[in-house]
Design a protein around this ligand. Structure first.
Ligand code: SAM
Length: 479
């Protein structure tokens, strides 16, 4: 039985409910009257300074996904853009993944780190190597990391992950600092989530890969990850352990996208219903070529157009949730999706263990091929030229604005007096410390222009003072 408040995976991601939803969506995909009603419901409503968005249920969003009508799709894109602007403005947060270890005892058939891959070199960073990687990342200008690791209780126990987090936060090289460490490690216990929370992590990220239980079990034939319920219920344990920013994700290509999309939204609805706060982020990775992995071996690959529609509808359905696009995607795809709802991108990523300290991009321990291989400076410049403000901001989490407190910032329209100046402050730091002359020039002009978009005069004054002080050598201001 479907029950979004249940704590059992098969009840809150209920297979029959997904199938019912898809059937209903198929039957109503040309019901333009209903579709218009759904689009209207999703529109931002302004009340003075406040903007509110209702979002959509998994059923409503699935109807829009099923609809192939060109004019409806155009309306979806327009609305996604409008919502993106209302809540996120033109800021794009930047991060990089840091691979700690590729030792893994799981059998995930799409991942080259699977246990049966005997020819891939296995590597686990020592604390000295973590330090070197972090210095390399700081020297590019990164302030936010997502740490990644295979699952191996002997080689990568929680103590190892915690030690790495401590090392990462401790390194202050030149003006550099990693101010937020997000964690993407396998599903674990409430006790371990509590330890991660105490270590000061930002978001706990875990991709569901697929919500379809039968496929999930086939795609994860061996190892602890085989347990669908344990994996699917991980976010509830993370929240029970005190982590209130969690990041969901589906690995598109493994199962039928319509199934995944409905179930992903059901997962978000479940978190909201049980914990009072939805997912902080949603990631939308697509299966990529990797060492012994051929993405064409999976039947459910989606083209760029379908992918775009999924991202736009995610923006509309869960307006308060950030959307993350990684370097799995090309510059061209990223460019298009940024407008339609993406709020975070990775930049200059290396998906190999120890990759950032190598002169040449190493491919022997890469988790997947990186499509966007530009430097961070290039990504920052490109974002600005597209009209976005690259942001290295980590203020919310450091000011304790996590979970529903962050959401209330969104909902009360204070983003423009808070996130906007913070983005400019952290961009200014990047320009002063790491940018090439060309990027700096583009950035200075952008900051000059964007200062005027801070509504509150007092905030604007403080911001201008902070920017001046950054030029004089001070760092780490925040609202
Ligand atoms: N081992 C942890 C786990 O199982 O959740 C950490 C995550 S893993 C390092 C990061 C993510 O990369 C996986 O959750 C999966 O979705 C994705 N991934 C694995 N193989 C991939 C491939 N061939 N192409 C694209 N993404 C892939």
């Amino acid at each position: 039985m479907y029950n979004k408040k249940s704590m059992k995976a098969e009840e809150f991601i209920n297979h029959e409910e997904v199938l019912r939803t898809l059937d209903y969506a198929e039957k109503n995909k040309n019901n333009l009257e209903l579709i218009d009603k759904i689009l209207n419901k999703a529109r931002p409503v302004r009340n003075g300074k406040q903007v509110h968005c209702e979002g959509l249920s998994h059923e409503e969003a699935s109807i829009l996904l099923a609809c192939d009508d060109k004019s409806v799709i155009d309306k979806i894109y327009k609305l996604a853009e409008e919502i993106k602007k209302a809540f996120y403005g033109n800021r794009i947060v930047i991060f990089a993944p840091l691979y700690l270890s590729n030792y893994c005892i799981n059998g995930c058939v799409y991942c080259p780190y699977h246990a049966k891959n005997t020819h891939i070199p296995r590597k686990k960073l020592t604390q000295e190597e973590v330090k070197a990687e972090v210095i390399a990342l700081q020297d590019m200008g990164h302030k936010r990391l997502a740490i990644e690791s295979g699952e191996d209780p002997v080689n990568n126990p929680i103590e190892y992950i915690l030690e790495c987090i401590k090392t990462i936060y401790s390194i202050k090289h030149k003006n550099g600092a990693i101010r937020r460490v997000n964690v993407n490690i396998a599903a674990t216990t409430v006790e371990n989530y509590r330890k991660l929370k105490d270590a000061g992590i930002g978001t706990y990220i875990l991709f569901q890969e697929t919500y379809h239980k039968e496929s999930y079990e086939k795609l994860h034939p061996t190892g602890p990850k085989h347990n669908y319920a344990y994996h699917t219920e991980a976010m509830d344990r993370a929240m029970e352990g005190g982590i209130d920013d969690v990041g969901l994700g589906v690995l598109f290509g493994l199962e039928r996208y319509k199934y995944e999309f409905a179930a992903l939204l059901m997962h978000a609805e479940h978190l909201e219903a049980v914990h009072g706060v939805g997912p902080h982020t949603i990631s939308v990775p697509r299966v990529k070529k990797a060492d012994d992995i051929d993405p064409n071996a999976f039947d459910n690959g989606i083209d760029d157009e379908t992918f775009t529609k999924i991202v736009a509808l995610t923006r509309i359905a869960v307006p308060y949730t950030g959307i993350i696009i990684s370097t799995r995607e090309t510059e061209q795809v990223r460019e298009k999706l940024l407008k339609l709802g993406v709020s975070q991108v990775s930049g200059a990523s290396r998906t190999s263990v120890g990759g950032y300290t190598q002169e040449e991009r190493p491919t022997d321990t890469e988790q997947f091929n990186v499509s966007d291989q530009r430097t961070l400076d290039e990504v920052v410049k490109w974002l600005m030229e597209q009209g976005h403000i690259p942001s290295f901001c980590t203020a919310c989490y450091r000011e304790g604005r996590t979970g529903d407190r962050f959401m209330s910032l969104c909902k009360t329209g204070q983003i423009q007096n808070c996130c906007h100046p913070n983005a400019l402050i952290t961009l200014k730091e990047f320009l002063e410390d790491y940018a090439t002359a060309k990027t700096k020039k583009v950035g200075e002009a952008l900051i000059e222009k964007e200062i005027n978009n801070v509504p509150n005069e007092k905030v604007r004054e403080i911001l201008m003072g902070n920017l001046k002080e950054i030029e004089n050598g001070s760092r780490d201001f925040r609202f």
